[in-house]
Design a protein around this ligand. Structure first.
Ligand SMILES: *[C@@H]1O[C@H](CO)[C@@H](O)[C@H](O)[C@H]1NC(C)=O
Ligand SMILES: *[C@@H]1O[C@H](CO)[C@@H](O)[C@H](O)[C@H]1NC(C)=O
Length: 217
């Protein structure tokens, strides 16, 4: 179950960051009871894994990062949608707090974690991300829903998480940007030689005086 959701990085690192159940891979009956407090510390660990993944991408070139992000966004959006459906069908109401049933805990955790990871990725690699997400017409709606879903867990998630989410919402214009908005995470990647060979030349931003800056959506 887990292995097909891993991202196999080109480096000798394998990260299965998208689909890890809160209680680990243990069967349900042996699974320790997950309280909001326990999940809060699990979440801190997950965020460290997310940071490692971002760091790995940031040390790759444009083309490699594009490939990995292409897989990543597919998974992230699919997981968020699927688990939203699970929660919805179960009748769970997020404002009642962190669920006690393990199946629902997994769904809530997966949504929270994949929203945060998605936020990190878009903030660090906005141009590549927008190129990829263009293919996923619902991406903005999904992140809009998901970032608001996170507001139900303020007692679990860190202040830093909400700061990231706020910047994320401003970056993708889900929230009106403040006049002094800057994306502090923006990471520029070196190009590889074969990159963009299928793109029409007018899209190349390096040549010519008419720089447009951003990739349009
Ligand atoms: C989550 O489920 C609700 C109810 O089915 C739906 O209205 C909403 O659009 C869904 N959100 C996402 C991101 O799929
Ligand atoms: C958000 O709005 C800014 C300012 O209008 C614009 O430059 C940018 O391309 C927009 N980004 C997205 C992802 O919509």
């Amino acid at each position: 179950m887990l292995s097909n959701t891993c991202i196999f990085l080109l480096a000798p690192v394998i990260l299965c960051i998208f689909l890890i159940p809160v209680g680990g891979t243990a069967e349900d009956e042996e699974r320790p009871k997950i309280t909001p407090k326990i999940y809060a510390s699990v979440f801190v660990r997950r965020r460290e894994e997310h940071k490692l993944f971002v760091k790995h991408l940031a040390s790759s070139n444009y083309e490699k990062t594009y490939k990995m992000l292409d897989i990543a966004y597919d998974k992230i959006l699919e997981i968020i949608k699927d688990n939203n459906m699970t929660l919805h069908q179960s009748g769970y109401v997020a404002s009642t707090g962190f669920p006690t049933e393990s199946r629902l805990q997994d769904s809530v955790a997966l949504i929270i974690e994949n929203i945060c990871l998605g936020g990190d990725l878009i903030l660090h690699f906005p141009e590549i991300s927008y190129r990829i997400l263009k293919k996923q017409p619902e991406w903005k709606q999904i992140f809009d829903w998901g970032t608001q879903f996170l507001n139900n867990y303020a007692h679990i998630l860190s202040e830093q998480t909400y700061q990231m989410v706020d910047l994320f919402r401003q970056e993708v214009n889900l929230t009106k940007r403040s006049p002094d908005f800057v994306n502090p995470y923006y990471t520029k990647l070196p190009m590889s030689e074969t990159k963009e060979k299928k793109r029409p030349p007018k899209k190349k931003l390096k040549r010519g005086p008419q720089l447009t800056g951003r990739v349009e959506l």
